[in-house]
Every structure is written in C-alpha cells, then in structure tokens.
Design a protein around this ligand. Structure first.
Ligand code: CTP
Length: 410
C-alpha cells in the first residue's frame, strides 16, 4: 500500500466488534498504517473471541486497547482515563465491523466498555461500518439505531450484499478494505481546501461505435483522471467524475457519470460545468468518429475495408464558448498528449482552448502516460509558467493539479 498524503500523521481510532468480518479489519488496520496513519485499535470483548489483540498490535505497531478497567490493557494510559486519552486529538473514530450490539449502545449512549465510552468522549467524526449476518441489518431495531446515529451526524457505510458467513446470501457484508479507505478519505477530506467547490473531472478514452459490437477508442485507462478525482475528494470537493473508463473500480465519494462517445461526454460536461468551480479534462477524447453506426454487425467481405470518419466536436472549445457567456466553470484545466515537441504543442493548446492550466504528457515513454501507474508531465499556465514533474505516481500528479486548482480558486 502506497502512502496517502491525506493520511500522513492522522490519528485514527479503529473500534472493532465481534463479527467474523474482523479479519477484514485486520487488513484495514494494516493498510491504514502503511498509508501513514497512526492507528489505535480498541477491541470489544466479543471481537477478541475472533482475533487476538496481538494480531492488531502486529499490523499497527501500536498497543491495542481492550479493557477499561485493567491498566495493562490500557496501552500504557491510566486505565480510568484511557478513553479520554484516546479520544483527545483523534482525527477519526471508525467502527468496523460495527455489530448490532455496539450500534445499539452508540444509539442509546451507553458507556459500558472502552469502545462505547470512547465514542462518547470523542469529538472527532464518527464513521460506522455495520456488518452482521442473517438479515439482522434489516431489523427495525438496527435501522432505528442507524437512523439515530445518522441524525447526530455520524457517517455510515452501507453494508454490501453477498455471501454471509452463515452461508445465507443477503445484505450485511463489510466492504473490502479499499472501499473502507475510500470512505475514510472522504470523511477526513470534508473540511479541505476545496470544500464547497464542485469539481468536474473527465477520465478515460471515449468509444466511438462502429456497429453493435465494435468501437474505435484509444489506450487511455482513466487512471490519471481517477487519481485527480480522488485528490479532489481528499481536498473536500464535490466531485463529478464523467468517465468513459468503465472498467475502473468505483471511487468512493465521487458522483460517477458513465459516458461512452465524445458526443455523450460533451453533453455531460456542458451540463455539469454550468455551476461548477473547475473542470479538469483528463479524458482522451477521440477526434473522429465513424460517419455512420451500422445497426447490424458489419460482416467481413472484401480484403480491405475503408471506414469513413467525421470530426468530433472539441469539448474544451465548447466549454470555452459556454464559459465566455456564463463565467462557468471558473477554472479549466486541459491535458495534452504529445509524442513530439511537447512544450510547443502544449502551449498552443493552452492558448487555443482558453485554459488556465495545461498538463502535458509525453506519451512516447513507456513508464508514463497511458495505462501505467506513473506519469511525467509538464504543467503550463497562462502566465507562461512551466513546472516539470519528473516520474512519479499518478496520485502525486493528481494532488499537484488539485493544489494548483485550489490556488487559482483562492
Ligand atoms: N479534447 C476535447 N475534445 C476533443 C479532443 C480533445 O476536449 N474532441 C481535450 C482533451 O481532453 C485534452 C485536450 O483537449 O484535455 C487536448 O487533447 P489532445 O488529444 O492532446 O489534443 P487535441 O486537441 O485533440 O489535438 P491533437 O490530437 O491534434 O494533438
């Protein structure tokens, strides 16, 4: 697990309850620690029947808290105030898995174990991931308790449906670690520098249909666009992700609009930017589409086939025209995929398309650009500024772009 800037030095209290999903909480504690967070685990008594505290201690590298009465189980804090010490200065209290019993305690304000008492003492955001078997999650008592927590401002993670430990199929599964971390990032980012700003990000290569089974497209994977969207969520923005990259996993905290062709992407972009702070156009938009789409599958016939193509509209040019009339979006960031004369071609695009920033990729390198996790870019601005970013993760480039957008909006 790579480090996550947002999680660096964050203090997360992870409350763990007695559910078979505890094994996923071990992975969560491990990944959060690897990502740079300081994870203090509190286990309920029932949780310890599934997994020993030593397991969490090993992955978090920190003492594990289990008992409010016994000093040796209070992680070095005097036992009677362990909950205060833990709650003080914490950035997040996450309870995963949260059982029906602990939810009832939280909803009722009970304070009879270290976790419930810490929940009362903690002033930080509370993020709860319920997990339970056999339809318990649909019981009115559980629903009422979740409603009570939601009303008080707690953030809830919807349990997933699927196979449960009992062998039954239904709702109540704890989501995978990546999803849980997505929720943590969303909650920790809420007061970030783009809080209150709507950000529209496009990602992936558009698909231009030829017939019911074929399309013309390009090698864009959508990774850079998704990394920018994630950085936007980390900064607290309200992110609309207009994605032609249908294979990419969901991104927690973004509203994802699936599109395919350049035309459908343009319609979505023009509608979404009408009230947005910024547009970041990371998608690889096809410049041409087949002149006609065959209703039936095209059959092979001759030795060669010529496909007449026609120009697609340029989405950024359409945005420029709309922005001149309405003032929105306030900031526009474009990309340039170049295989030669990078800076020269890129600055031409910056001017023509009326961009505030342009991120230029050299797509001829195999370790940067399409479909890999790393990138190397030059960022140009309208004042002639030029900032080179040597080979790094797409996440780091996403964070840099978001920081620049934040600077322009400030
Ligand atoms: N773009 C767009 N609409 C298009 C084509 C591209 O909005 N029909 C956007 C891309 O999302 C990118 C920027 O324009 O942000 C530059 O895309 P790029 O493919 O590098 O350049 P083009 O303008 O298509 O020019 P060329 O392909 O001739 O280099």
């Amino acid at each position: 697990m790579a480090e996550i800037a947002l999680l660096q030095g964050k203090r997360i209290i992870l409350g763990v309850c007695g559910s078979i999903a505890v094994y996923k909480a071990v992975d969560l504690a491990s990944k959060l620690t690897q990502a740079g967070a300081q994870v203090d685990v509190i286990m309920t008594e029932a949780a310890q029947r599934f997994v020993r505290p030593l397991t969490f201690q090993a992955v978090s590298g920190r003492p594990v808290y289990t008992d409010m009465w016994r000093a040796e189980n209070s992680g070095g804090l005097p036992s009677h105030i362990a909950h205060i010490g833990l709650a003080e200065g914490a950035d997040l209290l996450m309870i995963a898995p949260a059982t029906a019993n602990t939810l009832a305690k939280l909803a009722g304000g009970f304070a009879d174990d270290l976790l419930s008492v810490t929940a009362l003492a903690a002033g930080c955001p509370l993020l709860v991931a319920p997990a339970m078997d056999g339809g318990m999650v649909e019981h009115p008592a559980v629903i009422d308790n979740l409603d009570a927590l939601r009303r008080r401002g707690a953030h809830l993670i919807e349990p997933e449906s699927g196979r449960l430990a009992s062998g039954l199929t239904g709702g109540g599964r704890l989501p995978e670690t990546s999803t849980l971390i997505g929720h943590i990032r969303r909650v920790l980012g809420l007061d970030g520098e783009l809080s209150g700003h709507k950000l529209v990000v496009t990602a992936g290569g558009t698909r231009e249909a030829l017939d019911p089974v074929r399309y013309l497209s390009n090698r864009s994977s959508g990774k850079q666009g998704f990394a920018i969207a994630q950085a936007g969520i980390d900064a607290g923005a309200d992110v609309i992700l207009i994605s032609a990259a249908e294979a990419r996993p969901p991104l927690v905290g973004a509203t994802r609009l699936a599109v395919d062709s350049a035309q459908s992407m343009m319609e979505a972009v023009l509608a979404q930017v009408a009230d947005s702070s910024a547009l970041i156009m990371a998608a690889a938009v096809a410049d041409y589409r087949p002149r006609s789409v065959s209703e039936q599958k095209i059959k092979k016939a001759d030795d060669s086939l010529t496909l007449p193509l026609e120009r697609n509209p340029d989405i950024l040019m359409a945005v420029k025209a709309q922005r001149e009339k309405t003032g929105y979006p306030m900031i526009v960031v474009g990309f340039a995929a170049e295989s030669e004369n990078l800076v020269e071609n890129a600055s031409g695009k910056l001017q023509d398309k009326g961009l505030d920033l342009l991120v230029a990729n050299d797509i001829s390198a195999s370790d940067a650009g399409f479909a890999v996790d790393t990138n190397r870019v030059v960022v140009l601005d309208m004042d002639g500024g030029l900032h080179k970013i040597e080979l790094t993760s797409k996440a780091a480039i996403g964070a840099y772009i978001i920081e620049r957008v934040g600077g322009l909006l400030a």
